[in-house]
Design a protein around this ligand. Sequence first.
Ligand SMILES: [Zn+2]
Length: 500
Amino acid sequence: MTQTTETLTPIIGLEIHVELDTRTKMFCRCPNHFGDEPNTHTCPVCIGMPGALPVMNAQAVEFSMRAGLALNCSIPGFTKWDRKSYYYPDLPKNYQISQYDLPLSINGMIEIPLSGGATKKIRIRRAHLEEDAGKNVHDFPAHTGVDLNRAGVPLLEIVSEPDLRTVEEVMSYARSMQRLVRWLGVSQANMQMGHMRFEPNISIWVGDPEKPLDLSAGWCTPIFEIKNLNSFRALEKTTEWVIGYHRAQIAQRGTGWSDAQVGKQNWGYRDDLEACEFQRGKEEAHDYRYFPDPDLVPVEVDDAWRARVAATIGELPIARKARYIAGYKLTDKEADALTQDAPTGDLLDAAVAAGAEPKRCANLLLGRGSAIANERGCAIAEIGLTIVQFVELAKMLAEGKVNATIAAGLFDKMIATGQMPMALAQTDGVLAVSDAGAISAWVDQAIAANPQAVADIAAGGKNRQKAFGFLTGQIMKLSKGAAAPAEVTRLLQEKLETKS
Ligand SMILES: [Zn+2]
């Protein structure tokens, strides 16, 4: 077989490790807090002193259940803890407490957005809970330090089925997962703080182009597992690089580069080279000598617990995005930007519920809101805008008390001062005049001063619209831009009708 007659399809699965945002660690009461002095959040349990007994953190289990349910997983009634044995300086017990054959969540699915408004369903194999290891610190000239503040932090490991086919799908899946865990409030998912790490499994299926993808036919290249990628950029570069590498190997070696011949391998990503390098042949599961942890009781989940956690989930981002496009007539891009987190969309929903026009509210949030958020390097929901403030501003806009330009100015002032927009508009004297008496006088004045326009309107025909626009402009000018446009139109129509 030569390359040109075959289909080369990347087969990619992704493991994502998510640190859960609990107050304390997984099996002890040390604080789960990033960035403090090394080894200040430790105790006999998390530094692995003999005889110290772990106690399960129920909050971590509930967070994992919430994520599992949001990922459409089944939550089995019985799950247990296993010891995964390996020796590493940042793992003081010489084993990690994890879940082997009975994970907390299984058989789920997440829908991910793709370009052009398409979506794809990616199956989730399992999501299990474990404890994080500590961290080796290579900041010293002559030795390596070990910081155990992270040892024992709850870690949710979400494993997809190998359903990803392109770099775009991999990135969309990873970003969807980040959005979801933040949305659910189970993790801050901050990449800089190491809250999320990626481990892709990548190979290429070589098969008959005339037939649909079938992993039992044709052959696959060896699976490369790339460990511990801690940025989206590293994930993207790694995926691109490994696919390219496998393609080159197939061209050179053909079936000599098959999984059957070569076997699974662990590779690592080198940021400085933007390339991967071989680490070792992959250990099989039995190398870890898993066995049930005798110090921990199994976790039993009943329907009532499941239902209680399910009730905390609410509308998920992809559903909300679809609702914004269908119900609010927002573009895909607008809807996407407004569903990066739940609180930003909550602002929009509250304003619309109060009678404001969705598109105008979206424009405010994505215009001034986005600009301020970018300046501060935060989310729109974090710029300090309250729902009460935003609803009042949106209503003022909807009722024609301010135009879009004035509203944008008030938006900035609200953020700067924390005051309500109506009070700010009154102080600044920027409220539109909707007082019928005042507008009526301007309308009369404009009609009296422009008999030709009035005649054109009365005559109808092609000049009517233009003349009407001209008169409206004159009235706005007389009011120095303060007249509420809707009221101007209403009064002008009324007066012209009674004239004719
Ligand atoms: Zn501890």
